[in-house]
Write a protein that binds this ligand. Structure first.
Ligand code: TXA
Ligand code: MG
Length: 356
């Protein structure tokens, strides 16, 4: 694709200037794509009913057409253009979690372009709660399809600068409203199978979903055999193990805190002796143990504050990557609440490699 000059415009996260939003909406009307903030991660938006614009998303990201997009709406009434049925479960979940980081998989309305759904009979829909995202959808007057604004296989961007790093020269405009609150992507919930199942854990926890719908199922256990991976890919496209790979190999350490710390220290020492430049992603309370280890440390926050860990997680992976470490050793943050989404992203970054 040809080189495009990329402009970054700073917007207020709560009261975005109408002139800036109008400018972005005009680009979308002209089949252009625009990077915009959401409360989870930055998105790369295109008019959901504009196939020429949708094609640009895939070209800019280097994303395969087999990976479907989430459609973002600003109003419950927008649902009728996108889905043929709004089950009672969807109404209750929308009532509880929209606007917010929950994506619902619903039966697709025939006019939703194939490029959005990758030819599936279902469509992914969410109502973001970021004021800039909502203002942009309203200014366009139509839903916006948007994947995360990263190059394919890279970690999602939680700042405008991250998106710029990945997409400069490939998009005309980046709206910069500062760092995203949540920092991991939305929870994707399938409402088209017999029991509602999480396809991708995210900003709304399993526990929170179950407080509204007690039978929500956790993400299916991944199996490593190639055939299973293939079946899994059809049900949960874009959920392959290496989807969120940082460009540096990552090893995730399980086990109790003390055992995990000793194992990580031993591994740092072994690698440093071989002359490797080692990065470590740890919790604030681990820092004293690792201070003199010789590794480069990044802490996204305390393991007791998973909101903060989630908010800084992707920035941490990018920071270590940009420091040119040869490996990232990472502690685990459990699987309660947001921990499930954090663990999912770390497991993907690790390509399934877990120590202990
Ligand atoms: O928080 C988010 O969800 C962000 C912001 C920008 O809204 N978006 C995002 O989009 O993470 P993306 O494209 O990076 O991830 C969308 C996920 C993919 O795993 C995709 O496979 C899944 O949603 N998905 C989309 N449509 C689907 C469908 N019809 N059935 C099953 N999974 C679907
Ligand atoms: Mg993505």
């Amino acid at each position: 694709m040809g080189y495009i000059q990329t402009e970054i415009i700073v917007v207020d996260a709560v009261y975005p200037a109408p002139a800036v939003i109008e400018r972005a909406a005009n680009l979308l009307r002209e089949d252009e794509i625009v990077v915009f903030p959401t409360e989870t991660v930055y998105g790369l938006g295109a008019g959901a009913f504009q196939p020429a614009a949708l094609e640009r998303i895939f070209a800019a990201k280097g994303r395969p057409f087999s990976d479907p997009l989430i459609v973002h709406i600003a109003d419950r009434h927008d649902l009728v253009q996108l889905t043929t049925s709004i089950p009672e479960q969807a109404k209750r979940l929308a009532q509880a979690f929209w606007p917010g980081p929950l994506t619902l998989i619903l039966p697709k309305e025939p006019r939703v372009p194939h490029l959005v759904t990758a030819g599936l009979e279902t469509v992914a829909i969410r109502m973001p709660r970021h004021h800039v995202a909502l203002a942009l959808i309203r200014a366009l007057g139509s839903p916006i399809a948007a994947p995360s604004a990263n190059r394919f296989m890279h970690v999602s961007p939680t700042t405008a600068q991250h998106a710029y790093t990945d997409l400069a020269g490939r998009v005309p405009l980046v709206l910069d409203a500062g760092p995203c609150d949540i920092g991991v992507e939305s929870t994707v919930l399938d409402l088209c199978s017999e029991t509602p199942r999480i396809l991708r854990p995210g900003g709304v926890s399993l526990e929170a979903l179950r407080s509204v719908l007690p039978d929500v199922q956790p993400p299916a256990q991944r199996r490593t055999e190639v055939e299973d991976e293939d079946i899994f890919a059809k049900k949960a496209p874009g959920q392959l193990l290496t989807h969120y790979a940082p460009t540096v190999p990552l090893v995730l350490f399980d086990d109790t805190v003390e055992t995990m710390r000793s194992a990580m220290l031993a591994e740092i020492q072994r690698r440093c002796e071989q002359g490797e430049h080692v990065g470590v992603l740890l919790a604030e309370e681990d820092i004293p143990t690792f201070q003199d280890s010789g590794a480069l440390l990044y802490s996204p926050g305390s393991a007791d504050d998973l909101k903060q860990v989630a908010a800084n997680l992707f920035a941490g992976l990018r920071t270590l990557e940009e420091a040119h470490v040869q490996v990232i050793l990472c502690r685990n943050f459990g699987d309660q609440g947001l921990g499930l989404a954090i663990r999912d992203r770390l497991l993907k970054a690790a390509g399934g490699k877990v120590y202990g």
